[in-house]
Design a protein around this ligand. Structure first.
Ligand SMILES: NC(=O)c1ccc[n+]([C@@H]2O[C@H](COP(=O)([O-])OP(=O)(O)OC[C@H]3O[C@@H](n4cnc5c(N)ncnc54)[C@H](OP(=O)(O)O)[C@@H]3O)[C@@H](O)[C@H]2O)c1
Length: 164
């Protein structure tokens, strides 16, 4: 099974503040949808609650330590490993954050590919993408997008594959 990680991060690795997103980039929302539609999203309880509902067309697995936690239309796991075990063998799970789940997935060496929207701006934040060993990853594609009326910042969709 190939495990992918998907994140949008700023130049200073900022990914969130007050359990919310830091920017509004409709092109990135569309990209996220195209990448993940028909697949499985694995996310921490805080990220799920900031979204507030299961995203249509995707299986959502929420990770929490709360054994009684329930959310309609979602599956619940009490650890990252348990979440991965809920994914069918022929399925591609996407590690969809937040910071604590990204950190654990990278430390546990679970991720095969990282799909990163790199935003060309710094943001004041309280949540950051973890520092990881860049020598273990190779860039396999990069697509630059200029800011426009609806997307305030320049950004790039970048895919990194793990060196084998
Ligand atoms: N820019 C992006 O692409 C992006 C993507 C996703 C999220 N975000 C942002 O990231 C922020 C949220 O990140 P976060 O790190 O604060 O929270 P999070 O990772 O979304 O959720 C943390 C929660 O996950 C559960 N959890 C974590 N590790 C666990 C483990 N090993 N076993 C069982 N449960 C575990 C715990 O839930 P319980 O407390 O219920 O036990 C913990 O409180 C928000 O600002 C959000 O907007 C940004």
């Amino acid at each position: 099974m190939k495990v992918k990680l998907i994140v949008a991060k700023a130049e200073n690795n900022a990914i969130g503040k007050d359990n919310d997103m830091l920017w509004h980039l409709p092109k990135d929302f569309k990209f996220f949808k195209n990448q993940t539609l028909g697949h499985t999203l694995i996310m921490g309880r805080k990220t799920y609650e900031s979204i507030g509902k299961p995203l249509p067309g995707r299986k959502t697995i929420i990770i929490t330590r709360d054994k009684n936690y329930e959310q309609k239309g979602c599956e619940i796991a009490n650890s990252l490993n348990e979440a991965i075990n809920l994914v069918d063998d022929n399925e591609t799970p996407f590690i969809a954050g937040g910071a604590s789940i990204y950190k654990q997935a990278l430390e546990m060496d679970l991720v095969d590919e990282m799909i990163i929207t790199e935003i060309d701006n710094k943001f004041e934040a309280d949540t950051f993408f973890p520092i990881y060993d860049a020598t273990k990853w190779t860039e396999i594609s990069r697509e630059f997008h200029c800011s426009d009326e609806k997307n305030k910042f320049d950004f790039s969709f970048v895919v990194y594959s793990k060196f084998l």
